[in-house]
Design a binder for this molecule. Structure first.
Ligand code: NDP
Length: 454
């Protein structure tokens, strides 16, 4: 007891970071996500000894349950292929586990755990009763036929179905998992369980339990929260130069809403490279290439020969812009890219992707007075609208586009106000990273204390 009392709170955060590194060897993205949250809320933890007394950090950094499974499937040539599937049920203090599925060759436990850990706090920020989870596979849908993707999804769900359900764990999409994959996954879930349990998956088609606006929600929500920051600065999107990385779900709808609000989106990218169109990207062309025929962003030049193409995605951050919206993947902005962005006049960075900025990049932005809206707040519109989809499913109802859009706007505005006010309360004005981490952490940690040792 004496030894325990002699430990300072500062040591508590350090001990936990060390513990996470030792217990999860080689899982660098997970270490990074834990470090980012715990380092930023250190003063808050120091002021609240009850968190150490209840071993909250030890419990919060250990997933409640981790499922790893084999996914065998056959390709179009009849060859047997085997991938690995994951579902990390991280924290259910606030509600059933909720979080997307990612199909990408880089998927491994470190990425799954970082995403599930982040998701826990993001979901708390939405104000909806949802816990945190994430899943996926190292399967690469790129270059696969629809029939191959379907066979993979069916095999994946043949194991996953026993772990999910509307009151247990509700997956959705993420990188590599869009409307097509959710369709195949839902079909197999329904077939195995013999139940049309709409609330067991979100991102469904509009005619079979999906919500209007879910497709647009992550990108729109991102632009709504950036717009709140702009309003605080007495500014608007009108005439602002915006750079958006990626050209998937988050990126396309962020671009659509930013353009609608008067911005000029000058560049977008994919994992091969970036297109730069100083007159403003023609989004219809991007949608036709990426959503219409699953093509590559370089094909933009076939329609707009005056645009430029760089065959290195990260070069997108070398462009002059007012607002940067990273919407591709983790760690796409490192210190070098942060320096370029600051040098070229960026004022706001809104994180559409999860953990797109490294810790060094975040610090650099903050020192240089760039407003950074962290992913767990900035991209929470996606999961918030998934929660609205679940509400509609529970009520056997469907709301209009306008109704859902209004609710999404309210949720994003509330998130921004909450994190801003909390940052101010602790004399960390404008530190939205601190504000988001404290608000999310507090909700989850206090619920865990109330629910006892579970
Ligand atoms: P998509 O699969 O729809 O699109 C991903 C985009 O990012 C593609 O353009 C892809 O290019 C590009 N990309 C992927 N990896 C890299 C890389 N290493 N370098 C450069 N570009 C890359 O995924 P989403 O739009 O759904 O997800 C994007 C980000 O947003 C992720 O971080 C995700 O976790 C986050 N997010 C998504 C939500 C959603 O509702 N969809 C909700 C909250 C967060 P290519 O086509 O070449 O692979």
């Amino acid at each position: 007891m004496k030894e325990y009392l002699e430990r300072t709170q500062e040591e508590y955060v350090d001990r936990i970071i060390e513990r996470v590194i030792v217990k999860n060897p080689g899982e660098t993205e997970f270490h990074q996500a834990v470090r980012e949250v715990l380092e930023s809320i250190r003063p808050f933890i120091e002021a609240h000894p009850e968190y150490e007394e209840n071993a909250i950090l030890e419990r919060l950094t250990e997933p409640e349950r981790q499922v790893y499974f084999r996914v065998p499937w056959t390709d179009d040539k009849g060859r047997i292929r085997v991938n690995r599937g994951y579902r990390i049920e991280f924290n259910s203090a606030l509600g059933p586990y909720k979080g997307g599925l990612r199909f990408h060759p880089t998927v491994y436990p470190g990425i799954m755990k970082f995403l599930a850990f982040e998701q826990t706090f993001k979901n708390a920020l939405t104000g909806r009763p949802i816990g945190g989870g994430k899943g996926g596979s190292d399967f690469d849908p790129k270059g696969k036929s629809d029939a191959e993707v379907m066979r993979f999804c069916q095999s994946f769900m043949t194991e996953l179905y026993r772990h999910i359900g509307e009151k247990t764990d509700i997956p959705a999409g993420d990188i590599g998992v869009g409307a097509r994959e959710i369709g195949y996954l839902f079909g197999q879930y329904k077939r195995i369980t013999n139940k049309f349990e709409a609330g067991a998956l979100t991102g469904k088609g509009i005619n079979w339990g999906g919500s209007l606006l879910r497709t647009e929600a992550t990108g729109y929500g991102l632009v709504y929260i950036v717009n709140e920051v702009l309003k605080d600065q007495g500014e608007s999107f009108e005439g602002k130069k915006v750079v958006i990385s990626g050209s998937g779900n988050a990126a396309i709808y962020a671009a659509q809403k930013a353009i609608e609000l008067g911005a000029i989106v000058i560049a977008m990218s994919d994992s091969d490279g970036a297109v730069y169109d100083p007159q403003g990207i023609d989004l219809d062309t991007v949608i036709e290439i990426k959503e219409g025929r699953r093509g590559r962003i370089v094909e933009y030049l076939e329609v707009h020969p005056n645009a430029d193409y760089e065959n290195k995605s990260k070069n997108i951050w070398k462009l002059d812009c007012d607002i940067a919206l990273p919407c591709a993947t983790q760690n796409e902005i490192d210190i070098d890219e942060a320096k370029e962005l600051v040098k070229n006049g960026v004022k706001i960075v809104g994180e559409g992707a999860n953990m797109p900025s490294t810790l060094e990049a975040i610090e650099y932005f903050q020192i240089n007075n760039v407003v950074l809206i962290p992913a767990k707040a900035a991209n929470a519109g996606g999961v918030a609208t998934s929660a609205l989809e679940m509400s509609q499913n529970a009520m056997w109802d469907s709301w209009t586009f306008e109704e859902v859009d209004k609710k999404l706007k309210e949720i994003m505005t509330n998130i921004y106000q909450n994190i801003k006010i909390t940052a101010k309360e602790y004399n960390k004005e404008d530190d939205l990273v601190f504000g988001a981490n404290v608000v999310g952490f507090q909700k989850v940690a206090n619920a865990m204390i109330s629910q006892g040792l579970v």
